[in-house]
Design a protein around this ligand. Structure first.
Ligand SMILES: [Fe+2]
Length: 289
C-alpha cells in the first residue's frame, strides 16, 4: 500500500510503495487519483524502474493515453511514451524531441484541441547538477487573482502555439536558433501547424470542476483582444502565476516519476549543459474529446 507524505512545498506529495510489476487494484488507483486531486502533483519515488508497458499501465489509471511516442512522426519504442532526451539516436540527432535547453512555462499539448489532462515524467538518466523542473499551481493562481482581473478574463479564449513562446525564451547560452534547430531531427513532423486551438483562460478541471488559470507562454493570441493587449495580459497573468508561494522546483533523482495535473499546473525546465546526457520518459493522458 502507498505511503503518501505531503512535500515541504506549497503543494505536491511524495508517494512510496508503487510496484510497477503488479497491476493496481481499483482501490489503489482511486487512492492515487484522489491524492492527485488533493495535492495536484505526486512524486513517486523508491520503486523499481518500470518498463514502458508498466509506465503506460500506471498512466491509464488517470485517463485516456495520448500517443505521445508518435507525436513527432519519428521512430519510437512505444506508442504512448515520448523520450525527452538529448542522447543521440542512430542518425546522430537528439532522441525524441525538445530534450535539451530551457523550456518556458507551458502545459503539455495545449497546442492540441485535446490538451494533456495529466502528465507523467520520469528521470532515466540525469547529469550531475542537472536542470530542475519548476511547477506552478494555477488553481492557487486563479484563487489569488484580484476581483478586477478575474472579472476581466472571464470568458476569454487563448490560442495556444509553442512558437508563440519564442518571446519568452532567453537566448540559449552559446547557441543560436539555427544551431539549436540543427540538433533536432529534420524529419520531425511538428504537430503545431495551422490554427492554434482555443482554450479558455478560466479553465475548470473536467473531473473536479476546480478552476485553473490556464495561461502559459504558448498563448500567442486571445480571441477578441488586439495582439498588443493580449501579450500584455498574458505577461500580467504569468508574472502573477509564477510567484514563489505557488511554485515547487523539483531536484530530480534518478528513477523519480512525477505525475501532475496539466490543467492545474504549468511547468518549465532550466537550461543545462548540453554536453551532459539527460533522458526522461514522458507520457500524457488527454482531455475528454
Ligand atoms: Fe512539458
Amino acid at each position: 500500500m502507498f505511503e503518501i507524505t505531503p512535500l515541504e512545498a506549497p503543494f505536491g506529495a511524495e508517494v512510496r510503495g508503487w510496484e510497477p510489476g503488479r497491476r493496481l487494484s481499483e482501490g489503489e488507483a482511486e487512492i492515487l487519483r484522489s491524492s492527485l486531486r488533493e495535492h495536484v502533483l505526486l512524486l513517486l519515488r523508491g520503486h523499481p524502474p518500470p518498463s514502458d508497458e508498466e509506465f503506460a499501465r500506471l498512466g491509464e489509471n488517470f485517463g485516456e493515453l495520448f500517443a505521445g511516442g508518435e507525436l513527432y512522426g519519428l521512430e519510437s519504442k512505444s506508442r504512448d511514451v515520448l523520450r525527452v532526451s538529448n542522447a543521440l539516436d542512430s542518425e546522430g540527432y537528439e532522441e525524441g524531441y525538445a530534450g535539451s535547453g530551457y523550456l518556458p512555462w507551458h502545459s503539455d499539448y495545449s497546442f492540441r484541441a485535446r490538451a494533456a489532462k495529466e502528465t507523467l515524467l520520469e528521470a532515466v538518466i540525469l547529469p550531475t547538477n542537472g536542470p530542475r523542473t519548476h511547477f506552478v499551481n494555477t488553481y492557487l493562481a486563479y484563487d489569488d487573482l484580484d476581483a478586477e482581473l478575474r472579472e476581466r478574463i472571464q470568458g476569454l479564449v487563448g490560442r495556444h502555439d509553442p512558437l508563440a513562446s519564442a518571446r519568452h525564451v532567453p537566448a540559449r547560452s552559446g547557441e543560436n536558433a539555427q544551431e539549436y534547430g540543427e540538433r533536432m531531427h529534420p524529419n520531425a513532423d511538428l504537430p503545431y501547424k495551422g490554427d492554434a486551438p482555443p482554450h479558455p483562460l478560466v479553465h475548470p478541471h473536467p473531473e473536479s470542476g476546480r478552476i485553473a488559470l490556464y495561461v502559459s507562454t504558448f498563448v500567442g493570441r486571445i480571441d477578441t483582444l488586439p495582439d498588443d493587449e493580449a501579450s500584455a495580459l498574458v505577461d500580467t497573468l504569468l508574472s502573477h502565476a509564477i510567484r514563489p508561494e505557488r511554485t515547487y522546483s523539483h531536484e530530480w533523482q534518478q528513477g523519480d516519476l512525477i505525475v501532475f495535473d496539466d490543467i492545474g499546473i504549468i511547468h518549465s525546465r532550466d537550461d543545462f549543459d548540453r554536453d551532459t546526457t539527460r533522458s526522461m520518459r514522458q507520457m500524457s493522458t488527454q482531455m475528454p474529446g
